[in-house]
Write a protein that binds this ligand. Structure first.
Ligand SMILES: [Mg+2]
Length: 254
């Protein structure tokens, strides 16, 4: 395992479950850091800023910096800056997306943007959706942070960003470019930042359909971690299985 220098960990279901740390993962991260490797943390959740995410990790016993955190909001902002330099953005989303866009020096507008980006917005309204649809019909590029249709909260599975994307897609007939997992944009931006080669990178996560497929799609090794979204039996039934399948990260052996 020594060849892996850029180690990318999913967050929920991999480092913690809701507000509970996964002890083997926290211990694994400490061991990595003692050997001089700062892991990267990847999440499809666009609502938190990198700073808020860093604070959450700190509360659960994981020390890291904002630079090691890659969210679907940060990837969306970087994508806009690289692909559509100088264009204006109209967003639906929360502080995580807003701050990521401002960090890239992107100009935000209320309506008539060159680009419409959709991220989860717990205060979404008919007006926000209507304004987004009108801009897309007027030719704005349509981007979305992530396509998760349902996400867990304390009560069960509730609508994720993907459910609202479906609404805009149905109304406009336009399909967005989605930046989060299972797409590989977040891994690509981490590679740009770390300068690692693909064989030095590995993606670790509990969800086959997002974490593992983003790693496979990017052409890097993957570890499926049990006890989360995808059961081992289901992983084993896939045409393309992860490089490693672990019960916990205590099984990582250098
Ligand atoms: Mg997960």
């Amino acid at each position: 395992m020594e060849r892996y220098k850029t180690i990318c960990l999913d967050l929920d279901g991999t480092v913690y479950k809701g507000s509970q740390a996964i002890p083997e993962s926290v211990a694994f991260i400490r061991t990595l850091q003692q050997s001089g490797i700062e892991p990267y943390f990847i999440t499809n959740n666009s609502s938190r800023t990198a700073l808020e995410q860093q604070k959450k990790l700190e509360m659960l016993g994981v020390e890291t910096t904002e630079q090691q955190i890659m969210t679907s909001a940060i990837a969306s902002a970087k994508y806009c800056a690289q692909e559509f330099a100088g264009e204006t953005v109209q967003m639906i989303g929360e502080s995580g997306l807003r701050e990521a866009l401002l960090d890239e020096g992107i100009t935000l507008v209320e309506d008539g943007g060159d680009i419409v980006i959709m991220g989860i917005d717990h205060e979404i309204t008919y007006d926000k959706l209507a304004t987004a649809c009108l801009s897309i019909r007027n030719g704005a590029h349509f981007l979305a942070t992530n396509g998760d249709l349902a996400v867990p909260n304390e009560l069960g599975l509730v609508p994720g960003n993907g459910a609202f994307i479906e609404l805009v897609k149905a109304s406009t007939g336009v399909t967005p470019t989605i930046l989060g997992k299972p797409q590989s944009y977040m891994l690509e931006f981490i590679q740009q930042q770390s300068g690692a080669s693909k064989d030095e990178m590995i993606m670790i996560g509990d969800n086959y359909e997002t974490d593992i497929l983003s790693g496979i799609g990017f052409g890097i090794d993957t570890i499926h971690l049990q006890g989360g979204v995808t059961a081992l039996a289901e992983v084993l039934s896939k045409a393309e299985v992860p490089t490693f399948m672990f019960k916990t990260l205590a099984e990582w052996n250098n």
